[in-house]
Design a protein around this ligand. Structure first.
Ligand code: ZN
Length: 502
């Protein structure tokens, strides 16, 4: 894979940067799962220092000279990708002073804890000063890195290479109408209901944990390389190719939320677990972008986890969640459970949103982030702006900050520019399903067939996972699929599915 002697030297030096990365990932996981809340201050300082150590290693003169020199050599695709990926981060890092990096790290480590408290207390103003500082620091970053048309493009590019406001305006413009039309269709159907009995039934958390573990076993999760814990906001952290962590959450009611969170995160985890091991410790060793990552998680969550065949496999386990749930399932059978997992109704919470309204939640966040970074709106006004936009897009209004502007962890992490990748990723999953079915058979059959899951995973590994960051996100999809990105694949999938249910 890597034979050029200069590349070998480059990778040898890079291994130190990678080593810090793995510990930063472990620390990020720990912060969400185990760390006592007062640990944030000194943890933030330590992470800030590790970040600047990485930056020093990255901007080391000898290292930069090697990279410059090797560009005259004839390189294979992996070696070319190493140079391309390194140049991308080096160019950005050259423009950001280590002081700013440290400040971002310290601010966000503290902000995460403050966000959690503010969310519990339903008090946005408690979180506001921290968010204000984050926005200020990120605006500074966009100025230092520089941009042609919009400062937000700088942040978008961190999560999805090449993604811009210009592209997203077209994207959201294109999907809003068909989604709203489909929503209207569903709402007008005689089968549509605003509520589902299963939403409000309590479940036994121990049994739910068992169900989550059974689902992971069905998905062929390798527990020697993967573990599952609990956190406020489910997430995946890859420590290394042989150590990937996912989390899920348990609430009192609405058990589908815990199940779909587990499957969603497993989709992310599988991507990281199936990357070619020879790429570990190199700049190609991780998933290529969030848009591609979310295509994997949303594929598992929606296309597999919300399918009738999949739910039918676990019907007995669902019945075991509580006597009330068992009674419902006995009366209504699989069709009732299937309708519950595929209920369509405008709601307040993004992670609980159905496949149709989900993207309107993302559009709301996209608009707010774009305006914040441009300086058109102020942090203190966010609750009011949030509630008003929510009413415009989904015709409902949050009664509290917790179920409104405070619901997501992302801003406290400094992850502004992240949200649009959820929608881009979901629409990529439409293309992936289309290509998968063309190549290995109908998904509904694969889900219920012996070896079907193995076939799906092998397909994803071959087309996407094993390559790590060898290709740009666009190249990966264009080169490995016969079809080009289009919003139509997912729209077709949604129309076909929901016109069958409603
Ligand atoms: Zn995700």
């Amino acid at each position: 894979m890597f034979t050029n002697p200069l590349i070998v030297k480059i990778l040898d030096h890079y291994k130190k940067i990678w080593a810090i990365d793995t510990l930063k990932a472990l620390s990020a996981w720990d912060l969400e799962v185990y760390m006592p809340e007062n640990g944030a201050y000194f943890r933030g300082q330590a992470m800030g220092i590790l970040g600047t150590m990485q930056q020093k290693l990255l901007l080391d003169n000898k290292f930069l000279t090697l990279i410059k020199k090797v560009q005259n050599d004839k390189l294979n695709i992996y070696e070319q990708a190493v140079v391309r990926n390194l140049n991308r981060v080096i160019e950005k890092n050259k423009k950001i002073p280590s002081k700013l990096l440290e400040e971002i790290e310290e601010t966000t480590n503290q902000a995460q804890i403050e966000w959690r408290k503010a969310r519990e207390n339903n008090d946005f103003q408690q979180f506001a000063p921290h968010l204000k500082k984050i926005v200020k620091l990120l605006r500074q970053k966009t100025k230092l890195i520089g941009y042609k048309t919009h400062p937000y493009n700088v942040l978008l590019d961190d999560y999805e290479q090449g993604l811009t406001v210009e592209k997203l305006d077209i994207f959201f413009g294109e999907i809003e109408e068909p989604l709203k039309n489909l929503l209207q269709y569903v709402q007008r159907s005689s089968k549509h209901t605003e509520h589902h009995t299963l939403e409000n039934l309590k479940y036994d958390k121990g049994k739910m944990r068992e169900l989550n573990n059974k689902v992971l076993a069905y998905l062929r999760a390798d527990k020697t390389r993967l573990r599952i814990d609990e956190s406020t906001h489910p997430f995946t952290e890859s420590i290394s190719v042989d150590d990937v962590r996912i989390t899920t959450r348990y609430t009192d009611t609405n058990f589908q939320n815990s199940l779909t969170s587990t499957i969603h995160e497993y989709g992310h985890a599988l991507y990281e677990l199936q990357i070619n091991k020879d790429l570990t410790t190199t700049p190609l060793g991780g998933g290529v972008s969030l848009g591609v990552h979310e295509s994997q998680s949303r594929f598992f969550e929606n296309m597999i986890g919300r399918s009738k065949g999949f739910l039918n496999i676990f019907l007995q386990d669902i019945k075991a969640l509580s006597p009330q749930i068992a009674k419902y399932v006995e009366n209504e059978g699989i069709d009732g459970v299937y309708r519950y997992f595929n209920m369509v109704k405008p709601g307040l919470i993004r992670v609980e949103a159905d496949e149709i309204t989900y993207h309107l939640h993302i559009k709301l966040r996209y608009q707010i982030e774009k305006d914040l970074i441009e300086g058109n709106i102020q942090v203190k006004d966010l609750p009011a702006i949030w509630n008003e936009t929510m009413e415009n897009l989904l015709n409902i209004k949050p009664k509290s900050d917790t179920e409104g502007v405070l619901q997501d962890i992302h801003w406290s992490l400094g992850a502004i520019g992240y949200f649009p990748t959820y929608s881009i990723g979901t629409f990529n999953s439409g293309l992936i399903k289309y290509e998968l079915e063309k190549s290995i058979g109908m998904l509904d059959n694969l889900i219920v067939n012996e070896q079907g899951i193995e076939k799906i995973q092998a397909f994803l590994k071959d087309k996407i996972h094993k390559h790590g960051s060898t290709y740009t996100p666009e190249q990966l999809l264009v080169d490995h699929f016969n079809s080009k990105f289009s919003t139509q694949y997912l729209i077709n999938h949604l129309e076909e599915k929901y016109k069958k249910i409603y």
